[in-house]
Design a protein around this ligand. Structure first.
Ligand code: PRP
Length: 189
């Protein structure tokens, strides 16, 4: 737990409410180490390209790759569905494409959250067009009751409920991305 109460400032959604820690930095680290072992086993001698989905995945990606004991390359893609809103716009916009040539390569996409599932569906379609040798997905958070997917996410950090999550890459109108744990909004705050 962080030492002090975090209150949502003026001008932000849920203004005046207090953040409630749901997943601590220690829990995140322990889970990252577990997932990292599995990913290392999967990609031994395969030199995968690990693609982080900006902006949200930057912390999870950075922590996850540091638990790996295999060779890998990194790249990034930037898409947007939420913008500064707290609800998905329903349309995915590609803001920055990957630079790597992923044809015939093993590819692992790293997301911060699978919410409706629209973003990962978009990414799967787009990246499959380049005919990678394999395509897998890892996400820090997965919204169990919301995500409607016709394929599996290979590595899930934590399955969560329908609340709005903030921290560890996830923002509230671009704020709070750097918090080391994952938080929800305390209704009583
Ligand atoms: C968030 C998150 C995922 C996506 C998940 O991105 O990073 O990419 O939404 O939601 P979905 O499963 O409903 O598609 P956002 O558009 O907020 O951009 P950001 O990563 O820059 O915060």
């Amino acid at each position: 737990m962080l030492g002090k109460k975090i209150i949502i400032p003026k001008g932000y959604p849920f203004e005046g409410k207090i953040l409630k820690e749901e997943i601590s930095p220690e829990m995140i680290h322990a889970r990252n180490v577990q997932i990292g072992k599995e990913i290392s086993n999967t990609y031994k001698n395969k030199n995968p390209i690990i693609i982080g989905v900006l902006n949200g995945a930057f912390l999870f990606m950075a922590d996850l790759v540091r638990t790996l004991n295999v060779e890998y390359e990194v790249d990034f893609i930037k898409i947007s569905s939420y913008g500064d809103d707290i609800k998905s716009s329903g349309t995915i916009t590609l803001l920055k494409d990957i630079s790597a040539d992923i044809t015939n390569r093993h590819v692992l996409v790293v997301e911060d959250i699978v919410d409706t599932g629209m973003s990962v569906k978009f990414l799967k379609n787009r990246l499959e067009d380049a005919r990678p040798k394999s395509l897998k997905f890892a996400t820090f958070l997965y919204k169990n009751n919301v995500s409607k997917l016709n394929f599996d996410i290979d590595w899930i950090g934590f399955k969560i409920d329908e609340k709005y999550y903030i921290g560890y890459g996830l923002d509230l109108k671009q704020k709070f991305r750097g918090l080391p744990g994952a938080y929800t909004i305390n209704d009583k705050g």
